[in-house]
Design a protein around this ligand. Structure first.
Ligand code: N01
Length: 487
């Protein structure tokens, strides 16, 4: 039995003030549901674009697509926006739509507990807050994965994760080491290579690089976007069709996959030195790992002051990194661009739903959920961009818009019918089994690599669905998939 506290409008707690939290706030306000608070553990908003401030940080989804559909970003002067430009955009949007006034900073959620009619959310300082609805907007890539390399604490220089850039680190003229070759490391390599005395890029696995230049947006186009009604939206729609084509390759279209593969091979073949080219050649299929997108990476690693180190890291010593071939790579700064615990979504938070069932119980085998937005046994606890959201190079902005639109319709029903909603466990399991089955047949599951897409059983935690199909599937909630109890 599920009952909602008899409160005129629901009190909503949103966890996280990144892109998903901001959009949730905008949509709640648009519905006149102003009794909500966004709980943010940091002291400012912005999620990914607040946390990632390494040199060269940018979004490799074209800037005009990486903006809310109702508020096209007309300012970028190049195809890809930098991290600081994106942070400015999202902060401006949060101000413009009066979301900022709902954010409580320095408030980290430790626990959420359903008592049969409402949620009690407890912070890490022990404070309790009560809500009828909880929306988790915590993000999938926010817990840094730190490698277990012996001797790291012996290093005399600065060492930190890419998402925790040390503002005191000065790379100009320094000897820099970067561990990893994912999107973060690649962007950092391109930006720092011309500035450092020497760069050692410690590569455990070569990456496929999809070439895309950061071309300027001409002045006339930027003027049209500002002045001509509808132009920015049409331009954005054109970019979306083009990015969808790349997504088609990930979801199994053989023609699109061949074109994508050829583009990556052609880019790799621009590396002149055959030994370096061999080092940079992956031994798995294109698209198995999340594609790195860069038109400049291969130029950067061909510079005289850059070395791609493929010998394994044995340990870190006071002066640098010792590799398994015995060589000591002397360094001033070591950046661990080693990715994130994507499988730790919501954790270390504890969540207890109806009948004492915990998140650990329902996620013991696989992060069970309903369409990445709701959890069985957790009434009125909704997720944005939860596990099994689409992967590949899909714009997370588009995914978030679809999810928030869906969750808002659930909240509309919570308000209109005075109910609490939870997805049917069997239906959730049935839908998730189909997604996992499809995903395991895609290049993410069969491509012969390890990646942050995979769970501990090697099954992709992503949904191989095109965004237009996701939008159609999630246009309206299926009422019979949810249990609702009137209050
Ligand atoms: O992390 P990653 P990331 N010893 O997990 C290596 C998004 N993003 O931060 O491949 C040595 O991709 C690891 O090696 P291996 C985007 O979705 C977007 O770069 O496991 N190496 C790998 O090379 C992206 O996919 C943008 O063998 C170790 C690297 O570290 C996601 O974030 C920009 C190691 C980790 O790569 C994550 O990207 C940046 C060890 N012990 C990021 N442990 C946009 O532009 C790990 N590695 C939108």
């Amino acid at each position: 039995m599920v009952h909602v506290d008899d409160h005129a409008t629901p009190r909503v707690l949103v966890i996280g003030s990144g892109i998903a939290g901001i959009l949730t706030g905008i949509e709640l306000r648009a519905r006149g549901l102003t009794d909500f608070t966004i709980l943010e553990k940091a002291d400012t908003l912005g999620g990914t674009w607040r946390d990632n401030v390494y040199p060269g940080v940018a979004c490799d989804v074209p800037a005009h697509l990486y903006s809310f559909s109702f508020a096209p970003n007309v300012h970028p002067t190049t195809r890809f926006a930098s991290g600081p430009q994106l942070w400015d955009y999202f902060r401006e949007i949060a101000e413009r739509y009066r979301v900022t006034e709902h954010i409580r900073y320095g408030t980290e959620v430790a626990d959420a507990r359903w008592d049969g009619s409402r949620w009690t959310v407890t912070t890490t300082t022990g404070e309790s807050l009560v809500a009828d609805v909880v929306v988790s907007a915590v993000g999938r890539l926010q817990q840094p994965s730190l490698p277990d390399i012996p001797g790291i604490s012996d290093f005399r220089g600065r060492v930190f994760h890419s998402a925790r850039w040390d503002p005191a680190a000065d790379v100009d003229g320094a000897r820099l080491g970067i561990v990893g070759t994912g999107s973060s490391a690649t962007q950092m390599t391109v930006a720092t290579a011309p500035r450092v005395a020497h760069l050692d890029l410690f590569q455990r696995t070569a990456q496929w690089i999809f070439p895309m230049d950061n071309t300027p947006i001409p002045w006339w186009r930027r003027t049209l976007m500002r002045l001509v009604p509808g132009y920015a939206r049409r331009y954005r729609a054109g970019i979306k069709r083009w990015v969808d084509e790349i997504g088609r390759a990930a979801t199994g279209d053989p023609r699109a996959a061949d074109e994508r593969r050829q583009a990556c091979v052609d880019a790799l073949n621009t590396v002149r030195d055959p030994d370096l080219r061999a080092k940079l050649t992956p031994d798995y299929e294109v698209g198995c790992k999340r594609l790195v997108i860069s038109g400049e990476f291969y130029d950067a690693v061909q510079r005289d002051n850059v070395e791609v180190v493929t010998a394994g890291i044995q340990r870190v010593e006071a002066d640098g990194v010792r590799t398994t071939d015995g060589e000591l790579h002397e360094l001033d700064t070591l950046v661990l661009a080693t990715g994130f615990h994507a499988d730790a979504y919501l954790r270390p938070m504890t969540v207890t739903g109806e009948d004492g069932i915990t998140l650990d119980d329902i996620w013991a085998d696989v992060p069970m959920n309903y369409k990445s937005v709701a959890l069985p046994h957790m009434p009125n606890f909704f997720l944005i961009n939860g596990p099994f959201s689409p992967g590949g190079s899909a714009s997370v902005l588009s995914i978030i818009e679809i999810h928030v639109g869906y969750v808002m319709q659930l909240i509309d029903r919570v308000v209109a019918d005075r109910v609490a909603l939870e997805p049917d466990p069997d239906r959730s399991a049935e839908l998730l089994a189909a997604i996992r089955e499809q995903a395991s047949k895609t290049v993410w599951g069969t491509g012969g690599c390890s990646s942050w897409y995979l769970d501990r059983n090697g099954v992709p935690l992503v949904n191989p669905i095109l965004l237009d199909d996701l939008a159609a599937d999630m246009a309206h909630p299926e009422p019979t998939d949810f249990h609702a109890v009137p209050r």
